[in-house]
Write a protein that binds this ligand. Structure first.
Ligand code: 6R9
Length: 655
């Protein structure tokens, strides 16, 4: 493989990892999905997905499973019609499970709420009636910026029920980030809350959305959930309290069926340029793969399991594995509002003990944080209910994987390391807990019905034992249907690299081990992965240069023991500006205000020069060497080969 320009962490220990953990005979015996699923799907992929689509309730059967004639724009379950919200709520009540708990909601301050499928259905109907009363019609966009409250889930499902397209914006994103997302999607309504509980304290939320909506003419109404009771500014006529708007509505709503390809949501994610991409997902295929993967990968038994995914609904993991997958499957799940160390570092284990959680799905960055806090903390709780553990968001290092299995999983629970993306909509590569002999650090094998390959620059599959780029060589039901308003960018980003072969380019480096299992090696583009959050280097660079003292900036993701990668910024100040003790803090705060606190650089280094190629491209690879305290690599393509010496010596003298 040619040199990677990428940000991928060097997972050196991966190449020597050889431990294997097969499932117990008892687990295999009772598992939802067995080995035969792979062969069945390989024999007839479309028939396999048609069978999975039959888990859902359709108003009209499809006439064709897949139409790929207009590739890369797929149509799945052509002509089929369904209502996504009915599939996630009403139908479970109709099947006699109205009293089953859908959501054990746990508030950060200790309050809680138990919501059955019958109540969920009524709440979604009320919310749908409320949104319809605002004049919203199928196809309109609704922005949602909210903490992890039940109302966020009601709002998403109410949109789905009405055929409205939701765009959930992570609660930690700044007003500027929210504003650009609202503008791009031309959202008519924004749903938010007065505030949120964060680390034991109420924090404002509506202040942030007010700053955004001061400049978003498309927004007609802002619907505000009361959470913290804090004071908010109020725009008469535009702003509406949720309880007043929704509270008085009927809890009956006749749902209309929508086409399988009706848009369900847009979710913005970072790309290699400063402008986030609005990833578009549709209804029938997305829900089919969300439900199937949740059933297969987590071995969900809706009658017995208590499932908990710790993601935020602002990310794709929250969309697919809190809202759509689990609720389509009639699961009982925990939804937790707050941070893992409020009021103490055992909060997650306390919740698992209290609710008897059986399936726990989290991110490597959090596992590493738990490791830092110490094994004695989970040791104080009864975690014996756990039977499947999941990981998502970034490659998991074998050390964290083993700790997770030993300390949280009593040395016996299968771990499913799930590789997927906002764009793929649902899990693509993962062990199956009743089938796969798992290997710490490897996502291993594409799921039944999914095809992925590791290829070289020419698009030729690499032999076992070698590395290259991960591609998806067959369409899949929950694949993105485009980038909102930008067809060209969709083709360019994902389909141009291997246009001849028609492969989807995932942007990740990967390798096969000797057995042909897949190991993910991190991004190969200028996208960083900080605590499982995708942030583009360009995005942070443009935030930095928007500060009046900054002339130029280069940002790299440096390996970080806890967050996977940490953001390190190299900045050149403008002529008149001089660096002093407060420079780094000022710039870090500026980035937080421009993008959000998650994008704050871990380190800001003021330099006089940046390493560039003759064509003017910043050589981030060299800056990463500096950021990771390594010997600086090959500098022969630099326009000025002395630049790195200047940077390195400048940093040493200022350290
Ligand atoms: C679901 C989600 C996608 C990027 C992806 C890859 C990284 C996610 C991973 C993983 C290795 C895993 N990634 N899961 N890398 N092993 N199990 O995280 O979506 O936020 O769009 O990020 O995350 O680099 O390309 P998204």
């Amino acid at each position: 493989m040619t040199e990677q320009s990428g940000q991928g962490p060097a997972l050196d220990n991966l190449s020597t990892e050889s431990r294997v953990f097969p499932p117990s005979a008892a687990f295999t015996e009772a598992a939802n999905v067995g080995e035969s699923a792979y062969a069945e799907a390989d024999a007839d992929r479309e028939a396999f997905w048609a069978e999975q689509a039959s888990r859902l309730s359709w108003d009209t059967e499809w006439s064709q499973v897949l139409d790929w004639t207009n590739a890369p724009f797929a149509k799945w379950f052509v002509g089929g019609r369904l209502n996504v919200a009915v599939n996630c709520a009403d139908r479970h009540v109709e099947a006699g499970h109205g009293e089953r708990v859908a959501i054990h909601w746990v508030g950060e301050p200790g309050d809680s709420r138990t919501i059955t499928y019958a109540e969920l259905t009524r709440e979604v109907c009320r919310t749908a009636n409320a949104l319809a009363s605002l004049g919203l019609v199928a196809g309109d966009r609704v922005a949602i910026q909210m903490p992890m409250l039940p109302e966020a889930i009601f709002a998403m499902l109410a949109c789905a029920r009405l055929g409205l397209v939701h765009s959930v914006v992570f609660g930690g994103f700044s007003s500027a980030a929210l504003r650009s997302r609202i503008d791009d999607a031309q959202a008519r309504v924004l749903i938010t809350s007065d505030g949120q509980y964060r680390r034991g304290k109420p924090a404002p939320m509506k202040d942030n959305t007010d700053e955004a909506t001061a400049h978003t003419p498309s927004i007609e109404h802002v619907v505000v959930v009361r959470r913290t009771g804090s004071d908010v500014r109020w725009t008469e006529g535009r702003d509406l309290w949720w309880d007043e708007l929704v509270g008085g509505q009927s809890d009956v709503h006749e749902a209309e069926a929508f086409d399988a390809e009706h848009p369900l949501f847009i979710l913005y994610t970072s790309g290699t340029t400063g402008r986030p991409k609005g990833i578009q997902h549709t209804s029938g295929g997305y829900l089919t793969q969300a439900a199937y993967t949740h059933h297969a990968v987590f071995d969900l038994k809706p009658e017995q399991d208590v499932y908990w995914c710790t993601a935020d609904i602002g990310w794709i993991t929250g969309h697919t594995y809190i809202v759509y997958g689990p609720l389509a499957n009639g699961a009982t799940q925990v939804v937790y509002e707050g941070t893992p160390n409020t009021p103490h570092e055992g909060r997650h284990w306390e919740i698992i003990q209290q609710h008897g959680v059986t399936i726990y799905y989290t991110a490597p960055t959090l596992i590493r944080t738990f490791m830092k806090w110490g094994a004695e903390i989970p040791g104080r709780y009864d975690l014996t209910s756990l039977r499947v553990l999941g990981s998502v968001g970034e490659p998991i290092n074998p050390e964290a994987w083993i700790w997770y299995r030993e300390t949280i999983g009593a040395g016996s629970t299968p771990i499913v390391d799930t590789w997927w993306q906002t764009e793929t909509g649902a899990i693509m590569i993962s062990p199956l807990p009743g089938v796969t002999a798992t290997k710490p650090g490897s996502a291993q094998r594409p799921l039944p019905g999914i095809s992925a390959k590791v290829v070289n620059d020419a698009g030729v599959e690499v032999p076992h034992g070698s590395g290259g780029y991960l591609v998806l060589d067959q369409p899949w039901p929950s694949m993105l249907r485009g980038i909102w308003g930008d067809e060209e960018r969709f083709r360019d980003t994902y389909w141009s690299r291997y246009a001849e072969q028609g492969f989807y380019f995932a942007g990740d480096g990967a390798k096969y081990d000797a057995d042909g299992d897949v190991w993910l090696l991190g991004r190969v583009d200028d996208v960083m992965n900080v605590s499982g959050h995708r942030i583009s280097t360009t995005e942070v660079e443009s935030a930095l240069v928007s500060h009046p003292t900054v002339a130029e900036a280069a940002v790299v993701g440096a390996t970080d023991a806890t967050t996977g990668q940490g953001i390190v910024a190299f900045v050149i100040l403008r002529g008149s500006a001089t660096a002093d003790a407060s420079t780094a803090k000022t710039l870090r705060d500026h980035v937080a205000a421009e993008i959000g606190p998650i994008a704050k650089p871990r380190q800001i280094l003021v330099v006089n020069e940046l390493p560039k190629t003759r064509s003017g491209k910043i050589m981030r690879r060299l800056l990463r060497d500096v950021a990771e305290n390594r010997e600086v690599g090959d500098t022969t393509t630099l326009a000025d080969s002395t630049v790195m010496d200047l940077i390195s010596s400048g940093l040493k003298s200022s350290a």
